[in-house]
Design a protein around this ligand. Sequence first.
Ligand code: SIN
Length: 293
Amino acid sequence: MLNGSGTFDAIAARRTFGDEVLERFPFDAFVSKTITLAPRQGNPPPRLWETPAGLINSIGLPNKGLEGFLSTDLPELAELPVPLVVSVMGFSHDELAQLVAGVGERDEVAMIELNVSCPNVETGLVMGADPAEAARAVELTRPLTEKPLIVKLTPNASEPQAVAAAAEAAGAEAVSLINTLKGMALHPRTRSPWLGGGSGGVSGPAVRAIALEQVYTVARAVEIAVIGMGGIQTGRHAADFIEAGARAIAVGTESFRDPAAGTRIADELAVISASERGISESPTPPAGARAQT
Ligand code: SIN
């Protein structure tokens, strides 16, 4: 159980709730908010819009930049009780290489996620939407670190499975999907775009069926691990993603509603798994038992 990058601020949570957050940490590995080489302010507000079944965000990757992250955030994130995945995004191959090299040499970092799928910056989609570009990003960064590389896929590509296969062939250890789908909301009175960045990325229950289909398709196109996410709110949803082929799952938007969602969903999933194991091991499963789980 992981968090979707940028959906759970572990440093702010610890500042607010104290070390109880560490004692009952809701994830088995923590994925940082995406960092870029240079510091970024992010998009102008408003940055969020609530839809009937989820959120549209237009955050724009605000962050302290590589140096600020390494000196300020990394020491705090290293105190979390779980392995740390650092999410990085470069606006060019050279930037990406500097990010992976800089993060990859730090012992506190367990894995690196290449975010080639943020919809809220001008050039963000280019690498992630095109299999050749995604492969190039992995080929370039693979020799720079021994840490596992996860490629975060965009659902806004015409064939995410082709991007996943290209990332695998280039040496990625895992793919994670889905990032958000492009979306927009209009201001109720002025009728101009509500979000400061104009458009944004849709997440939450509204995208779950899309995410499930993409996880299912990608898991059949690659042998590397698939980390599935997109609108997971319950253990049943998590079980669906595992059955579709995900080897791990991540919770994002649900953590805004319930900060302990990671723990709750993992607990629910464990009950479902134990129950289904019991049923499959039983020589004569009771009629309708599977439907009840
Ligand atoms: C953002 O900061 O705009 C969201 C990041 C992402 O979608 O990758």
